[in-house]
Write a protein that binds this ligand. Sequence first.
Ligand SMILES: *Cc1c(COP(=O)(O)O)cnc(C)c1O
Length: 243
Amino acid sequence: MTEKLSGLPERFDDIKKNYEEVMENISKASIQTGRKPEDVILLAAVKTVEPVYINYAVSLGLKYIGENKVQELLSKYDDYDLKNCDLQFIGHLQTNKVRQIIGKVSMIQSVDSLKLAGEISRQSVKNQVNTDVLIEVNIGREENKSGVLEENLEELLGQMTELDNIKVRGLMAVPPICDKKTDVCKFFDRMYKLFIDISDKTLDNVSMDFLSMGMSDDYTEAILSGANMVRVGSKLFGARIYR
Ligand SMILES: *Cc1c(COP(=O)(O)O)cnc(C)c1O
């Protein structure tokens, strides 16, 4: 209980050290690819992290946070410092839960079907808001993973042009777990190629602004492959404790 109210001093110290280190690595990788440090967005994946620690990271300069479960997002919602940061949804989203988060999140990173996009559109119209989305690509073609297969991406984008109050702002991927960094880089490179190919096509209602890929173990590699948004959890907040 006291932890929830005040937070543990050691944990604040760790978060500060981690945040500075991640920002430094992002900065280096951005410069290596000829970009400015501020061209690459750090989104903190905050599942299992109490708002007191999330808000502390926000006080250090963190501007984007992402939740991946609707229930957890709703239970923490009143406690986030949303004046100073932007809340996004990054996990698998069931169609019947869409209405619970519309108007609360600025972007949904995990759209992978017309059915889901349609419901986001309907709920956004109803609430008189616009919702940005990323299309999640199952770049590793894994059976049990969400995301569209790359060959179906353009068809989905085409179908979505008719939908109101929803706008595609880019692509997101969670590549397969790879033992070698060179293997995960192949998936990142494929994603970057897709991102550029779609950008070149200038489709209606699609603006390829964000390529969201890379997590704690591989965000540097993702940036070197062209990511401009990385989603980092444990390297910021420490190993997750599921209760
Ligand atoms: C948890 C999570 C992350 C971050 O994972 P870490 O390995 O802890 O950095 C990134 N993206 C999504 C969708 C997640 O659920």
